[in-house]
Design a protein around this ligand. Structure first.
Ligand SMILES: Cc1cc2nc3c(=O)[nH]c(=O)nc-3n(C[C@H](O)[C@H](O)[C@H](O)COP(=O)(O)O)c2cc1C
Length: 166
């Protein structure tokens, strides 16, 4: 049974203690129009086969398109891409305006300047309560050097080496 006795703001706040990276997940609709949104729920699942996951709010205007799409791309943002994160977290009409994005697998746009990119074929979709969990098989990936953008306690951050790191 669901325990609804706790406060949902406190719950969100506790979840925010878990630091993540920030990604922009993209795809295309049937007309070839790109769409995407800022996502921190991305994570690795399996190395062999190479699987990743992320979850999409059921209230997203992009839900129907992602549910139908054969492919998506996960663009991992660098520390210098806060403006891109904010743009793709907005409800702006054309989030890709002025962005020089190439088409990846299945037409999913690749955001320039990212620290990593995973081109994925959708292989599973699971019910995740008020979200839908997408699992993708990685068909190709790229990485480049540079600091990643982090999200922690509801704010953007950047990583610095821990004094106790080896
Ligand atoms: C740092 C950050 C992380 C986010 N992570 C997610 C996520 O994992 N899943 C999700 O559905 N929305 C997430 N969002 C919210 C979406 O980016 C935002 O609601 C988006 O604008 C929805 O746009 P749409 O309705 O046009 O799809 C996140 C927002 C921010 C700023």
């Amino acid at each position: 049974m669901t325990d609804t006795t706790f406060d949902s703001r406190e719950f969100r706040s506790a979840l925010g203690r878990f630091a993540t990276g920030v990604t922009v997940v993209t795809t295309v609709n049937d007309d070839g129009n790109p769409l995407g949104l800022t996502v921190s729920s991305f994570n690795s699942v399996s190395l062999d086969p190479p699987l990743v996951l992320w979850s999409l709010d059921r209230s997203s205007s992009a839900l129907a398109v992602f549910e139908k799409a054969t492919h998506f791309a996960v663009n991992v943002l660098g520390a210098d891409q806060v403006a891109i994160s904010n743009r793709f977290a907005s409800r702006e009409e054309d989030k890709f305006a002025g962005l020089d994005s190439a088409a990846g697998a299945g037409g999913a746009p690749l955001v320039p300047g990212c620290v990593a990119c995973f081109q994925c074929r959708t292989v599973h979709r699971y019910d995740g309560g008020d979200h839908v969990i997408f699992v993708g098989e990685v068909e190709s990936f790229e990485r480049r050097d540079g600091d990643a953008l982090l999200f922690h306690d509801g704010n953007y951050c950047r990583a610095e080496p821990h004094p106790e790191a080896w």
